[in-house]
Design a protein around this ligand. Structure first.
Ligand code: GLA
Length: 394
């Protein structure tokens, strides 16, 4: 579906559900992290890019303090009363929209309700941040309809708080920041302490490929907060010896090593991964800029191994995918994307081998697992914004 077809489809469906035309379309992209798993809530670095897969919301403001949201991808309509925003248990995905309104209100802003219809080309729940794309596209609409004049970084922070405080997932700033601040053709080196970024140039010859394992993630929901708590425990103990350590971002491997006996083995492993992964972000940024593809590949594989053995976020399908990738033409390296535990992986591939690579991975991975994967290239895309906006006469 091209741009115009997608817009026409959303427009037609919108009229069907809401009996009026939309007056605005917002878009917000998904993201892929090229390096830096779980470094964001440790206030470290992430190398990230917005991708050319996004969420669109067609919308029309309302004047009765009600917000309604539907999706072309999932049945049902979520309704929120903006005077008293309550968590929607029946349609959990709509809380990413309601949550943004709730946090805006908490911050003293006055969000205006709207009817919204969502369409996503970001695969849901597979590690490419469909939830952040939904929060951020909603924030664009609240900003537009309520004339809130939100600063971009403030918008990312509000969306993160919506996920932390309203949805109940204690993620870091990576997903929301990338979705808001993405730049076409640019890779962002994000500093999660200062919440700023620097654009990293990429030498030619290399293509970023998404390799979706399409394996069902069997998560209880406790894995992510557990990892986070283990890192915080490491910081608490290390800070007792080294007061300058306020997050794992501040710790060195030498400091960690010298206090090994003071830490639970599992906490030691988690901290080691984060400290090494943080350094890999800086190293891969240099290697990408210099076009040192062998080094890019080595760093990606080191990240994969650390994620598997130290942070323990790699599933059996991810291992099969890594084997299929490294056995395919043009592959330099591969690592898990997002939180891990299944979902998508990111491969660095020679740009003139994309088709051969995709065919080979497709075949090898399905032979290994019996699952048909999804393999595709992504381009660095611009951050969120309005697609068009016009006030109707009636
Ligand atoms: C999820 C979270 C992010 C980040 C990644 C792992 O995507 O939402 O904040 O922690 O996992 O790097």
């Amino acid at each position: 579906m091209n741009f115009n077809q997608r817009r026409a489809l959303l427009g037609q469906e919108f009229v069907k559900w809401y009996q009026a035309k939309p007056t605005a379309y917002a878009q917000a992209p998904g993201r892929v992290d090229l390096m830096g798993s779980h470094t964001d809530y440790n206030l470290g670095f992430v190398l990230t890019q917005a991708i050319d897969r996004n969420i669109w919301i067609a919308a029309r403001p309302r004047d009765d303090g009600i917000m309604r949201v539907r999706s072309l991808d999932i049945d049902g309509c979520g309704e929120f009363d903006l005077k008293q925003i309550e968590y929607n248990r029946k349609l959990p995905w709509t809380n990413y929209v309601g949550g943004v309104a709730a946090i805006l209100k908490e911050g003293g802003y006055n969000p205006i309700g709207f009817d919204g219809l969502v369409h996503s080309t970001v695969p849901i729940g597979s590690g490419l941040s469909s939830s952040a794309a939904l929060e951020v596209s909603s924030a664009i609409l609240f900003d537009t309809f309520g004339k809130l004049n939100l600063d971009w970084v403030e918008m990312a922070k509000i969306c993160k708080r919506a996920e932390n405080d309203f949805v109940g997932m204690n993620c870091g700033i990576l997903d929301q920041y990338t979705s808001v601040m993405g730049e076409a053709g640019c890779i962002l080196l994000l500093d999660c302490r200062t919440i700023t970024h620097q654009a990293i140039p990429i030498a030619s010859g290399l293509q970023v490929m998404i390799c979706d394992t399409r394996a069902k993630r069997e998560l209880t929901g406790s894995e992510y907060p557990e990892r986070r708590a283990q890192c915080e425990e490491g910081v608490r103990i290390l800070a007792g010896f080294y007061p300058e350590i306020r997050s794992l971002r501040d710790a060195t491997l030498e400091q960690l090593q010298s206090r090994k006996s003071d830490l639970e083995p599992v906490v030691f492993k988690r901290c080691k991964f984060i400290i090494e992964e943080n350094q890999r972000v800086l190293d891969i940024s240099k290697a990408l800029a210099a076009g040192n593809h062998a080094k890019v590949g080595d760093l990606a594989l080191e990240s994969f191994v650390g994620a598997r053995d130290l942070y323990e976020i790699v599933s059996s399908e991810m291992i099969a995918m890594k084997d299929a990738i490294m056995d395919s033409p043009g592959a330099f390296g591969v690592r898990g994307a997002g939180a891990g535990f299944g979902g998508c992986m990111v491969a660095f591939v020679k740009d003139d081998e994309i088709d051969n690579f995709a065919d080979s991975v497709q075949q090898k991975y399905s032979e290994l697992t019996g699952i048909d994967p999804d393999i595709y290239p992504v381009q660095a895309a611009p951050g969120a914004g309005l697609l068009s906006f016009s006030i109707p006469h009636s």
